[in-house]
Design a protein around this ligand. Structure first.
Ligand code: ATP
Ligand code: MG
Length: 393
């Protein structure tokens, strides 16, 4: 029934050049998302608007799903495109459309007409008044409310005539590609995919690193992380996933450092390695799924120790979230079912029974010196032997 979609976006912080950058990125991201819907689409911008025109047959549900995943779109409107066959025909079409689209006519409405083509014989005000009249004649239960109507009936006169009234909520945020790039520490858990999604929502391109500890963590655990990256890539776009073999480093820490400090020291090495890959790939910060107090390694004292080795910003979008709120987002973006699959995580294999909850950064730094003989070569080897998986949705 609909031949087009009108894309709405917020226009905050968008003046001059920024506005073009924002709109062009939004057009690109919309095109990317629509590759996953059956149909052929033409995405373009006109003054302050972005339009999707559907070329012939297409799958409506897939298209709506795809558009819902584009950051930067606040809402979109399925639109009927009509040839200009005179005003009488237009009135009839609007009445038909409302008849089909709203089985229950007990609602208030307002007609909004926009005349982008100035040679149209009627002015906007007249168009509104006459279409309003026609609707009231056809459906006496409907009422006009010019201040707070339930439904806006939009009629836009351009070369063709565009008719829309329904608005579907979009993902909001900023289009990917308008905000730099960040390196996500992606594990197989619930939190880090959500953290990546949230930072991507601010327009940031995501690259990811996963610390794998074979044979203690299985191929299936690695596959699970790749699957999670694929799930969030529906929103974030393609993700370059670096898989680091962490076994040797983890074992070395286990042998040389106090058991209750294992997790903290291991996390410091994860941060160091992630940072090296981030800098090498032009990322402006790291992203983790940490949240204050969730586990021993996420108390403020532990976070201080982990953060101690970082020289670029670490973004922790979930820092003040309750677990349930994180789970809600995880479910919403379709990651939860995969996140809870029971494959082992490299962090859980050697965890101490009683990890320190209030580590002291000076003590940790001192104990890390136990590693000085081999750690540099191990880190270099881990970086060199990394596997890179290109995640494309
Ligand atoms: P998640 O649900 O994201 O796994 P978590 O609650 O299990 O988080 P931790 O295991 O303490 O918490 O990890 C904290 C953060 O460190 C994770 O959110 C993730 O960003 C990063 N991280 C942990 N383990 C790994 C790993 N094996 N590879 C990459 N990043 C990791
Ligand atoms: Mg984890």
């Amino acid at each position: 029934m609909f031949q087009a979609f009108l894309i709405k976006y917020a226009e905050i912080a968008m003046k001059g050049k920024n506005r073009f950058m924002f709109e062009d990125a939004l057009v690109r991201q919309t095109q990317r998302a629509l590759k996953h819907a059956d149909g052929s689409f033409n995405v373009y911008k006109t003054q302050g608007r972005i339009h999707v025109e559907c070329d012939g047959e297409y799958d409506y549900d897939e298209t709506v799903d795809a558009l819902k995943k584009v950051f930067g779109i606040t809402a979109f409107c399925p639109t009927i495109v009509l040839d200009d066959e005179g005003f009488e025909v237009l009135k009839k079409r609007v009445v038909e459309y409302v008849g089909e689209e709203y089985p229950d006519k007990n609602f208030t409405f307002k007609v909004l007409a926009r005349r982008a083509r100035k040679n149209y014989p009627l002015e906007s005000m007249e168009i509104c008044a006459k279409i309003g009249e026609a609707l009231l004649d056809a459906y006496p239960e409907m009422k006009v409310d010019v201040h707070k109507p339930d439904v806006f009936i939009n009629v836009e006169i351009r070369e063709k005539i565009y008719l829309y009234s329904k608005e579907i909520k979009g993902a909001a945020g900023m289009p990917i590609g308008t905000g730099g790039k960040a390196m996500l520490l992606l594990s197989g858990g619930i939190d880090s995919p959500v953290a990546g999604y949230m930072v991507a929502k601010r327009g940031v391109v995501i690259e990811a690193v996963y610390f794998h500890a074979p044979p203690y963590t299985s191929e299936r655990a690695k596959q699970k992380v790749a699957d999670l990256a694929t799930i969030i890539s529906a929103y974030c776009g393609d993700i370059k996933l670096h898989v680091i073999n962490f076994t040797e480093i983890q074992k070395y820490i286990y042998d040389a450092c106090p058991k209750d400090e294992l997790t903290i020291i291991m996390r410091r090495y994860m941060m160091r390695i992630a940072q090296a890959i981030a800098v090498e790939n032009g990322c402006l910060g790291l992203v983790t799924g940490e949240s204050i107090g969730q586990v021993a390694s996420q108390t403020m004292q532990s976070l201080l120790c982990t953060n101690d080795v970082c020289e670029i910003p670490v973004y922790r979008p979930l820092i003040a979230f309750d677990k349930q709120d994180i789970v809600d987002i995880s479910e919403k973006i379709g990651a939860y079912e995969t996140s809870i699959l029971p494959y082992e995580d490299c962090c859980t294999i050697w965890v101490a029974e009683h990890p320190v909850t209030k580590p002291n950064v000076n003590v940790i730094r001192r104990h890390e010196k136990n590693l000085s003989e081999h750690i540099d070569e191990m880190v270099a080897r881990a970086l060199e032997t990394r596997e890179i998986i290109e995640i494309k949705k």
